[in-house]
Design a protein around this ligand. Sequence first.
Ligand SMILES: NC(=O)c1ccc[n+]([C@@H]2O[C@H](COP(=O)([O-])OP(=O)(O)OC[C@H]3O[C@@H](n4cnc5c(N)ncnc54)[C@H](O)[C@@H]3O)[C@@H](O)[C@H]2O)c1
Length: 268
Amino acid sequence: MGRVEGKVAFITGAARGQGRSHALRLAEEGADIVAVDICEAVPGTPYPGATEDDLAETVRQVEALDRRIVAEKADVRSLSDLKSVVDKGVAELGRLDVIVGNAGIDIPAIWRDITPEIFQDTIDINLTGVWNTIMSAVGHLVSGGGGSIILTSSAAGIKPVPFHVPYNAAKFGVTALAKSFAMELAKDKVRVNSVHPGGVDTDMATGAMELFDGFSKENPDLMGMFTQWFPGSMPPREISNAVLYLASDESTWVTGHTLAVDGGMTSY
Ligand SMILES: NC(=O)c1ccc[n+]([C@@H]2O[C@H](COP(=O)([O-])OP(=O)(O)OC[C@H]3O[C@@H](n4cnc5c(N)ncnc54)[C@H](O)[C@@H]3O)[C@@H](O)[C@H]2O)c1
């Protein structure tokens, strides 16, 4: 019996990186998946965008685990598009138990180089997109008698990371979203928690790290603020294990919690 056997999980940003890893980890433990991804580059991101082939590869890998998956290209900035994918997924898979708001972008920049477009896109995707994700799907959890919502914030949603003004604002906002929804949805047996990854080995982190070398010349005093205590880079599966715990019935009394998985980064 898997740890989330029989549950259905809706995951945003599932074409690659942490989102794909979450889909596979939950599928390994018996869940079926509803997956969305924008499948294109967002202007300004310093790394290549995910593709429709990436999302198809997530589908292939979930199905190889003998689980079912409904996957569609969709942008978390569109509440109506998310809602139609979720409703289609529930019609095909029968229920919804878990929502994982994972999709996000990162456009690191020194404060004076942040344009109105960078600020707006980051807030629209990383904060409003998470609100859209919840609102598109939470009705199915309430009508089904309960469930678990897991929001991907960041270490930057606990402690601001330098050269990330809009990203920090959005990720602190996600932390607040989790606690706010957790309060009101507890009576409906819907738990809401945020996960706070440190540096995870994905395309996003690789693109951001390359820029940090330039930033260190701008303001070297800030560069020691984010030190991970464990050596090496963190694989996405470490975050997926936290998502799995929060999705499962092992965490029935855990809600409104900020779960840092960051090698100690935010502990000082
Ligand atoms: N990688 C890290 O070091 C790190 C650290 C802390 C938090 N995070 C957060 O983890 C989450 C996952 O990031 P990742 O590391 O897997 O990076 P990633 O770039 O590999 O994956 C992000 C996914 O989200 C998708 N996406 C982006 N904008 C979207 C939109 N508007 N609509 C739908 N999908 C969209 C992308 O296409 C991509 O597949 C993000 O919220 C990110 O901010 C990452």
